[in-house]
Design a protein. Structure first.
Length: 306
């Protein structure tokens, strides 16, 4: 069944009863702001009650203030920033397409380059990033930012592959964590960090290519073990996603958001009237889902917490 809320084209689809237990009965999808070309990379800063997100083609980052609802420019130009996250010290970590690097914004506003090369060769265009509790930084490196000029600058790839990387917290060195992807994209750890989920969005380059999320076992030393396909996208492709406290995966699709149990079973959908690129949990209790649609920022309050 479907229930349509206040924003036209939105609604909830229940595949399993468990999905209903995630939703606040009267809550609706809200459009908070519109005016982007491709919204991406939402990252929540609890101390300041604001959300930073990217508008990749417009070469800017934006800031949504949860106190008054205003959206303002956070950084422009942004080097066509894409994915963002917050590290364990409350600093912004960003993937930049144009400069083909991963950076950290310090508390005083200074920008530190964390990684821009592997084996002396420039990355393609770092896309999404996550920080593990041990301080290691994991990011994906497809080539969307060098394929054409819309989200970066057209250029030749130097590495010759599209990998997942890990930056060592002690040495700062980047190493390949996984090298068997078509186009690695969004990534996130399970709550206990024993599983790493990584989206493969190769479908963007051809209908016969991957459009799934894989799950990897992660050992005590942070190395990836065996992997398997966790879920395959039925509408468009998976891009960015997040995991809630109970291990459910909330992932972007071409029609909105799909929600999966940790065993890979789809339990429900949130329809959004645009392609969704990414999402993040935020709000005072991390019970608000911020959703980056193509042109707009949306949100939905939930019963569960991120």
């Amino acid at each position: 069944m479907s229930y349509f809320g206040a924003v036209e084209g939105t609604g909830f689809e229940f595949v399993e009863a468990e999905f209903g237990a995630c939703l606040v009965g009267h809550a609706r999808v809200e459009r908070l702001w519109t005016g982007a070309r491709w919204c991406e990379g939402p990252a929540w800063f609890g101390g300041g009650r604001y959300l930073v997100f990217s508008d990749v083609p417009n070469n800017r980052m934006l800031r949504y203030d949860d106190c008054d609802g205003r959206v303002a420019v956070f950084r422009e130009p942004s080097n066509h920033a894409n994915g963002n996250t917050v590290d364990r010290e409350g600093r912004l970590v960003t993937c930049e397409h144009l400069t083909r690097r991963v950076t950290r914004t310090e508390h005083d506003g200074a920008i530190t380059v964390l990684a821009d090369r592997f084996d002396g060769k420039r990355f393609n265009s770092p896309n999404d990033v996550v920080v593990k509790s041990d301080g290691s930084i994991w990011f994906t490196d497809p080539d969307y930012g060098i394929d054409y000029d819309y989200e970066g600058a057209r250029a030749e790839g130097e590495i010759g592959a599209r990998n997942v990387y890990r930056i060592d917290p002690a040495t700062g060195a980047a190493a390949i964590a996984a090298d068997d992807f078509d186009h690695p994209n969004g990534l996130a750890f399970s709550p206990d960090e024993r599983v790493l989920y990584v989206a493969d969005s190769g479908f963007s380059e051809g209908a016969e290519r991957p459009r799934h999320i894989r799950r990897f076992d992660v050992d005590a030393k942070g190395k990836l073990g065996k992997s398997e396909v966790f879920a395959t996208c039925a509408a468009g492709l998976f891009d960015g996603f997040r995991i809630d406290r109970d291990g459910r995966v909330w992932t972007s699709t071409g029609e909105g958001i799909d929600c999966y149990r940790a065993d890979g079973r789809l339990i429900g959908r949130v329809r959004i009237p645009e392609i969704v690129a990414n999402l993040a949990f935020g709000g005072r209790a991390r019970n608000r889902l911020f959703i980056c649609g193509t042109t707009s920022l949306y949100s939905l309050y939930l019963k569960i917490n991120g």
